[in-house]
Design a protein around this ligand. Structure first.
Ligand code: ASP
Ligand code: MG
Length: 399
């Protein structure tokens, strides 16, 4: 029988009432003769609350212990959902990562799934049970509890779908993937389907809908992901490989924005690649993500180098820079929003950047930095211009 892996996000399991509602639709689905594996997130804002609780002890909680605490949120919702399903007379069983061997490697707080021991799950499915799995958690080589990074339950769900050769459905509180955040642009259109590559860009650029690693994983194994509302007939969005796309008529599929970064400029550093390599190696070794790198052409043997980093990594990065470059002048610009347009159609359509610049110029939106890839244009703009930028660009590209 085909296995369907469904994932319910924090807002879908936010209250016991909601959990009971979901249990009903799960039982209905089970009665259509499907093997179901359900992945749940923690209830509502539980993960935030658990972080706040830990910070009541210390501002820098021990990472191993923090993961131990954070994993409890998903254990609570998985057990409650199993109870709710059983109360409806259908058999169900909840499992933690330890119980089913979700093996991870890497750091606490951002562990990667290596493998899942599917024996127990398959046995429970064979016994007719609905299997409920606590998302977002794993067990590392030392047998310690690890978490996968915020939003990581999506990745748990896709990994299970891969392992069980099943399909994957992600249920959330939005009706699907929109070209633009509907809260910023009321006329935003919901997409019927979106290509992995585009979704990956949007997710990693700040569209908060899905954990980007889940999309990478789905793309790698060619698993389509359905994203939609729980308990609703409204049709959602399918993330998959889109063939025969009408590329030229639609150069831009989506807009994503992020206020999470700062821009750092190193002024008049010696024109020496060795120095750059040393700085970027040191920052990289702390797993700080550098983005939007640009350099001016040399004048008197010196260059200005700018890049963006996540706000929370600024202090660490400045310390590193201070150790490598002597006498440097560092300028930090915290007032930036990364504004990105994404679309596979850009590969074959020219002039997209020109249209963006023209629209920005007409609307007096200043661009501080620019980077591009084959399917993306990202501009760093002032945060106060964000809403205007979204609206004028969405209109320009009929999104
Ligand atoms: N509960 C975790 C979080 O809030 C994981 C998830 O929701 O997927 O980040
Ligand atoms: Mg999420």
């Amino acid at each position: 029988m085909a296995v369907v892996v469904q994932k319910y996000g924090g807002s879908s399991v936010g209250t016991t009432e909601k959990i009971k509602g979901i249990a009903e639709s799960i039982v209905k689905r089970k009665n259509e003769n499907t093997d179901l594996v359900i992945v749940v997130s923690a209830m509502g804002k539980t993960t935030d609350d658990l972080i706040a609780l830990s910070k009541g002890i210390t501002q820098q909680p021990d990472k191993r212990e923090l993961d131990a605490i954070l994993s409890t949120g998903e254990i609570i919702s998985s057990a409650l959902l199993a109870m709710a399903i059983k109360a409806l007379g259908c058999d169900a069983i909840s499992y933690t990562a330890h119980q089913i061997g979700i093996q991870t490697s890497g750091q606490y707080g951002k562990a990667l799934i290596k493998d899942i021991q599917d024996k127990k799950i398959k046995k429970s499915l064979k016994e007719g049970k609905i299997v409920i799995v606590a998302g977002f958690q794993g067990i590392n080589e030392d047998g310690d509890i690890t978490t996968l990074g915020r939003g990581g339950s999506d990745t748990t769900a896709v990994a299970l779908a891969v392992k069980l050769c099943g399909s994957c459905e992600i249920y959330t509180d939005v009706a699907g993937i929109y070209s633009v955040d509907p809260r910023a642009y009321g006329e935003a259109k919901k997409l019927d389907e979106i290509e992995y590559e585009e979704m990956l860009e949007l997710a990693s650029l700040g569209a908060q809908i899905m954990h980007s690693r889940s999309i990478e994983l789905a793309q790698k194994y060619g698993i389509p992901i359905y994203v939609g509302l729980s308990n609703s007939d409204i049709k959602g969005t399918v993330i998959r490989e889109v063939k025969n796309m009408d590329m030229e008529s639609k150069p831009v599929t989506g807009i994503a924005t992020s206020d999470e970064d700062v821009a750092v400029t190193l002024q008049r550093i010696p024109k020496d690649v060795n120095i750059l390599a040393t700085i970027f190696e040191a920052i990289g070794s702390k797993r700080i993500n550098i983005d939007m790198i640009s350099q001016t052409s040399p004048i008197d043997g010196t260059v200005n180098v700018s890049f963006t980093i996540p706000k929370e990594s600024l202090k660490d990065s400045l310390e590193i820079i201070d150790n490598v470059v002597v006498d440097n002048k560092v300028i930090v610009d915290a007032d930036i929003t990364k504004f990105s347009l994404v679309g596979l159609g850009m590969k074959t359509t020219s002039g997209v950047a020109a249209r963006v610049f023209r629209v920005f110029s007409k609307n007096s939106i200043e661009i501080k930095m620019i980077t591009t890839s084959e399917i993306r244009i990202t501009c760093a703009i002032k945060t106060e211009d964000k809403l205007k930028a979204i609206q004028v660009i969405a209109k320009e590209f009929n999104m």
